[in-house]
Design a protein around this ligand. Structure first.
Ligand SMILES: Nc1ncnc2c1ncn2[C@@H]1O[C@H](COP(=O)(O)OP(=O)(O)OP(=O)(O)O)[C@@H](O)[C@H]1O
Ligand SMILES: [Mg+2]
Length: 270
């Protein structure tokens, strides 16, 4: 039987806020369950504000759930976050890299806190930087890099310790076409080595190409889960594109048409 590396059961996360003296509760994650197995690339899709980043932060132990359970590699991220981090590579939605450091300093720092073998790490770092055509930024301050080049450094920082599980929040944001190809290759190698990947994306084509299974989140709930064919069945849209399946499952197919019609009318009457 294939080993399950990530197990999420009935996960809930509610945010409480005070807006204009009114108590507002947002059910960011409202009872989500899914598994990711060894050798699998699992994609999380969902409209803006659906709860993808919150789910990912819960998996990493960066947020405390209100309810539900998470099991990663047999551990609970809330209780064993330090041990779990050895096994996880994480790309955050907002770059978490230290802006005033150079690329070289960043990787020396990562290497020392993760207690990595310096010469092996240096060799892999060079390979990754060359593959991403970013070797020229080795001595450059991270803050002076372009958005896409910063993203490449985040990706390399997430894989340099050779983790079993990659958890990536919109990792392709800002990457050019060639870098996307390199990134796909890196994910393939990771899977061939017995790893697992969970990543969120808004790019349907990427999800279609890369993911073995996809979970579609809408308003904090999992509204569809499975292979693309299984999602087609769940949405009663046999033969449809992932985009159409996604819009159906997230209840947006009719509203998109209505929004466009209304916008066109206002535009023509202005
Ligand atoms: N710290 C917070 N305090 C209050 N509400 C929050 C907080 N973080 C997230 N939320 C709310 O939780 C919901 C889910 O947000 P989340 O960032 O998980 O969405 P997402 O699916 O990642 O969206 P996107 O595609 O835009 O990245 C949203 O309504 C968001 O406004
Ligand atoms: Mg997000």
């Amino acid at each position: 039987m294939t080993e399950t590396l990530i197990q999420v059961q009935d996960l809930k996360k509610y945010f409480e806020q005070n807006i204009n003296n009114q108590h507002v509760q947002t059910k960011a994650v409202d009872g989500i369950s899914f598994n990711v197995k060894k050798g699998e690339i699992f994609g999380l899709l969902g409209p803006n504000g659906a709860g993808k980043t919150t789910t990912i932060k819960l998996l990493l132990g960066l947020l405390e759930p209100n309810e539900g359970s998470i099991n990663i590699f047999g551990m609970n991220p809330q209780r064993e976050d330090v041990k779990i981090k050895e096994h996880i590579g994480y790309v955050a939605e907002e770059p978490l890299i230290f802006r005033s450091l150079t690329t070289k300093d960043l990787f020396n720092f990562i290497s020392s806190i993760r207690k990595l073998n310096p010469s092996k790490t240096q060799k892999m770092l060079r390979e990754y930087l060359e593959s991403f055509e970013a070797i020229q930024y080795y001595e450059q301050i991270l803050d002076t890099l372009s958005h896409g080049n910063k993203q490449k450094m985040q990706i390399i920082a997430s894989i340099i310790h050779n983790p079993k599980i990659l958890i990536l929040d919109e990792p392709l944001a800002g990457l050019d076409a060639k870098s996307v190809k390199v990134f796909k290759e890196i994910l393939d190698m990771h899977i061939e080595n017995g790893g697992a990947v969970l990543f969120s994306t808004h790019i349907m084509k990427i999800a279609e190409e890369l993911c073995d299974r996809i979970g579609i989140i809408s308003k904090g709930k999992m509204v569809g889960i499975g292979t693309i064919d299984e999602l087609r069945k769940q949405s009663n849209k046999l033969g449809a594109s992932l985009e159409d399946v996604f819009l159906r499952l997230t209840d947006q197919d009719i509203s998109v048409m209505e929004i466009i019609k209304k916008l066109r009318e206002s535009f023509n009457n202005k």
